[in-house]
Design a protein around this ligand. Structure first.
Ligand code: NAD
Ligand code: GLY
Length: 359
């Protein structure tokens, strides 16, 4: 077992990484929320079928009343309709301010349940039980919760830190390969932006089985970096932006594929390679870095380039018909393991992208 503390003043919480912790969740929830009586377990149909019963049994074993609320798997579930439905169901259940919401699942469930917990009764305790690699290394830590709106992803949301994060690496055993690879894009990102030694550690483990044999260390290292960034910049006004490495152009790729063809992780992978190429063009990134990042992403079946139109790049950069001009901070690498924000005009970035990637 390993524990990391996100030591935010007055809202400190632990990330506990422990194989089999699902079966001890009841005791953990009791300790974290001693006045709780009811627990709303929010999950999706896939995760609920795999792990819902183990979690609810463990809650019931310590005298808690657990009720499961399940949504369809996938991004479309992070929608206003499901948020309203959850509010009504939590009210119907009789949830009070001393009760608890548990998010059991990937980032979709974490973001939806988290926003419901943040807004229900002006805030009830939230415990994250992440079950995808992406949720374990990224979305369950740091308190960003949100839903999507028809006009864009994560447009309605807030910062709401959980009371605890209970992470069971064994749940990753049932994750499809594509979802595992998606999480690896974020894992590789931590190495690229903060930690060259961790990047090389991953390069020596270039497949799922090898990563899983050291999964405790991988989760710990990523969560430790996320913890440090959140402590330095909880509200995403400075250092936390470094986590956007690969995401600015990644958004263009997700859009180019109509949010269907490319997953978020695939788009981030191609986005990290593209940002590295731009960094080289600006004489910021050493040329070897491009090959190192591309090779590691490719090892996990992630794309290193995605075709994208000038219009989709322009929209992702914020240079479409609705908005024009201004600056953008592109995250680039000064070296492997050291990211910096490079401010430039949106026009300058679009011109670079046009020259390097649009044929
Ligand atoms: P997801 O939640 O859709 O999960 C991916 C798929 O894996 C789903 O079909 C799910 O049912 C299935 N699944 C989950 N756990 C499983 C398991 N253990 N075994 C088998 N199947 C399992 O996707 P995700 O990649 O976890 O999260 C993506 C979401 O996270 C996006 O909405 C994104 O915006 C959000 N996100 C949020 C933050 C944040 O800081 N809040 C950060 C990054 C991403
Ligand atoms: N996933 C980016 C962030 O938490 O800021």
């Amino acid at each position: 077992m390993s524990t990391l503390t996100v030591d935010l003043p007055g809202r400190a919480y632990d990330i506990i990484i422990q194989p089999g912790i699902l079966d001890q969740a009841g005791e953990r929830v009791r300790a974290l929320c001693p006045r709780a009586r009811l627990v709303a377990v929010v999950t999706d149909d896939t995760v609920g079928a795999l792990y819902g019963q183990r979690l609810t049994r463990s809650l019931q074993a310590v005298g808690l009343t657990a009720q499961v609320f399940s949504v369809a798997p996938g991004e479309p579930s992070k929608c206003p309709e499901n948020l309203v439905k959850l509010w009504l169901e939590l009210a119907q259940m009789g949830l009070t301010r001393t009760d608890v919401v548990i998010a059991l699942g990937g980032g979709v469930v974490g973001d939806l349940a988290g926003f419901a917990a943040a807004t229900m009764l002006r805030g009830v305790d939230l415990i994250q039980v992440p079950t995808t690699l992406l949720a374990q290394v990224d979305s369950s830590v740091g308190g960003k919760v949100a839903i999507d709106l028809p006009s864009g992803k994560n447009l309605a949301g807030c910062f709401y830190q959980p009371r605890g994060v209970l992470m069971d690496p064994e749940t990753l055993a049932t994750l499809p390969d594509a979802a595992f690879a998606d999480g690896m894009a974020e894992v590789i990102k931590y190495g690229a932006i903060f930690d060259a030694a961790f990047f090389h550690f991953l390069a020596q483990r270039p497949n799922r089985a090898a990563v899983m044999s050291d999964i405790g260390q991988v989760l710990y290292t990523c969560c430790d970096w996320k913890r440090k960034v959140v402590l330095a910049d909880e509200r995403d006004r400075g250092e936390r932006m470094l986590l956007n490495f690969g995401h600015t152009l990644g958004h263009a790729y997700e859009k180019a594929g109509g949010y269907q063809r490319w997953t978020h992780g695939q788009a981030v992978s191609a986005g990290m390679v593209a940002a590295t190429r731009i960094g080289m063009e600006l004489d910021i990134t050493p040329p070897d870095t491009l090959w190192e990042i591309a090779r590691l992403c490719a090892a996990f079946g992630l794309p290193t380039a995605i075709e994208c139109s000038n219009e989709d790049y322009a929209a992702a950069i914020g240079l479409d018909k609705k908005s024009a001009g201004g600056d953008i901070s592109l995250i680039v690498l000064e070296a492997l393991g050291h990211a910096v924000a490079r401010k430039m005009s949106k026009e300058e970035l679009l011109a670079l992208v046009d020259r390097l990637f649009v044929f």
